[in-house]
Design a protein around this ligand. Structure first.
Ligand code: PEP
Ligand code: MN
Length: 339
């Protein structure tokens, strides 16, 4: 349920209604616009009678039922885009396109620092690199774990780039806080609710990747878990879903970009690398994502894809990243955006 106030509502008036509703056990999300204010109500709203609210409080314009199960992530609760600041760059800013790039996995100090320096010079604003890898086979490379996190920090110290890395267990949160700027929740852990609840207690941004067979609403409910814990800095990532088509690793659901942007105020990024699983397809999918309105892209870049320990087939080279970024600048400019 949302309560929309009339223009020029005072803080005192908002406090008076907030007091009554909080006493009913509801959680309030107050979003002040330029003039009016939207008060979102989370919890059991059956105790709220819209008629008596409008008659009791003359500064209330209307009371609307929100049928969607996601509340805090709902654009109806907060019409303006959420802009998340990470270091000195922003994600969700409609005038900017955020580029996140780096290898699938951290493999060595030389590798991660070399890639970090190069992608930074070409326009990337955040470095990606997996330290804990959720692999289909237990016999595949599992990531460098703690050592990988340490090397990401080294790359950050050398370049100033903030870093994002995948977290697979709530027990790693403490350790990650020392090394990582953004938590990545992978597709396979999108509905690891215990992990999401614990990340909700931190004050670090969380990027949640859409699960292999999850709907947009389910993705938003995962965001809701983090937000409900008090951490509202959530970024959503479309990374392709499983369909009957097997020519590509996954199927990029490009329509998820405009649809999610309408459903939620949270930033939406696209990962064209896992979407296709094929390096030559990263460019067309990345271009499509920008044209469709994505707030950013997360791209796997490797200095030597043929020798990569993970996801080499979908990794582009630094040279290919260079060419891609120049093309993305042109597409972004069509919508008045810069990298
Ligand atoms: C990754 O980003 O390397 C990764 C494992 O992605 P996903 O969770 O989307 O498969
Ligand atoms: Mn990968």
């Amino acid at each position: 349920m949302i309560i929309v106030t009339k223009n020029d509502v005072t803080e005192q008036q908002i406090e008076s209604i907030a007091e009554e509703l909080s006493a009913k056990g509801l959680i309030l999300q107050v979003n002040r616009g330029r003039q009016s204010c939207i008060i979102g109500l989370c919890g059991d709203v059956s105790c709220v009678d819209p008629g008596s609210i409008t008659s009791k409080y003359d500064f209330v314009e209307q009371v609307l039922k929100v049928s969607e199960p996601y509340k805090k992530a709902n654009r109806r609760f907060k019409p303006e885009n959420t802009v998340i600041k990470i270091g000195d760059f922003e994600i969700g800013n409609p005038h900017r396109l955020a580029l996140i790039a780096g290898p699938c996995s951290v493999e060595s100090e030389e590798q991660i620092c070399h890639i970090a320096e190069n992608v930074k010079a070409l326009g990337a604003k955040m470095l990606r690199g997996g330290a804990y890898k959720p692999r289909t086979s237990p016999y595949s490379f599992q990531g460098m774990e703690t050592e990988g996190l340490f090397l990401l920090k080294e790359a950050h110290n050398k370049t100033g780039l903030p870093v994002i890395s995948e977290i697979t267990s709530p027990s790693h949160i403490e350790q990650f806080l020392d090394y990582v700027d953004v938590f990545q929740v992978g597709a396979r852990n999108m509905q690891n609710f215990e992990l999401l609840k614990e990340l909700g207690k931190t004050n670090r941004p969380v990027l949640i990747k859409r699960g292999l067979a999850n709907t947009m609403e389910e993705l938003l409910m995962s965001a809701e878990y983090v937000m409900n814990g008090g951490n509202e800095q959530v970024i959503l990532c479309e990374r392709g879903i499983r369909t009957f088509e097997d020519a590509t690793r996954n199927t990029l659901d490009i329509s998820a970009v405009p649809m999610l942007k309408r459903m939620t105020h949270l930033p939406v990024v696209v990962d064209p690398s896992h979407s296709s699983g094929i390096s030559w397809m990263v460019e067309p999918l990345a271009k499509a994502a920008v044209a469709a309105g994505a707030d950013g892209l997360m791209i796997e870049v490797h200095n030597n894809p043929a020798a990569a320990l993970c996801d080499g087939k979908q990794s582009i080279t630094i040279e290919q990243f260079d060419i891609l970024v120049e093309k993305l600048r042109v597409i972004a400019a069509v919508e008045g955006r810069t990298i």
